[in-house]
Design a protein. Structure first.
Length: 94
């Protein structure tokens, strides 16, 4: 068995806070990858079409994104981001 080393830790991707669309076709989750040069991780939202497995980023924001929630009709996805240095709620149409 191989010992865990620093290079292995650089490859770790954290997945959390999944949200399922009301029609059950799409899931959105938070993906965080650590940057060991800066000591930071940047969580971003990723949408995955469950039938095909195709993934795409939810937004082009470069800062922390979290807490995805679908509207009851599935037309909107609300999430929190500190894209401008302050935590705000964003609700883009899908």
């Amino acid at each position: 068995m191989k010992k865990l080393c620093e290079e292995d830790l650089r490859k770790v991707v954290w997945l959390s806070d999944p949200a399922l669309s009301p029609d059950g076709e799409t899931a959105v989750y938070v993906r965080a990858v650590s940057d060991y040069r800066t000591g930071k991780n940047t969580p971003t939202l990723v949408a995955v079409h469950l039938a095909t497995g195709q993934e795409k980023p939810v937004s082009r924001m470069t800062r922390r994104q979290s807490m995805p929630r679908f509207s009851p009709d599935g037309a909107f996805l609300a999430f929190r981001s500190d894209d401008r240095g302050v935590n705000r709620l964003y609700v883009p149409s899908l």
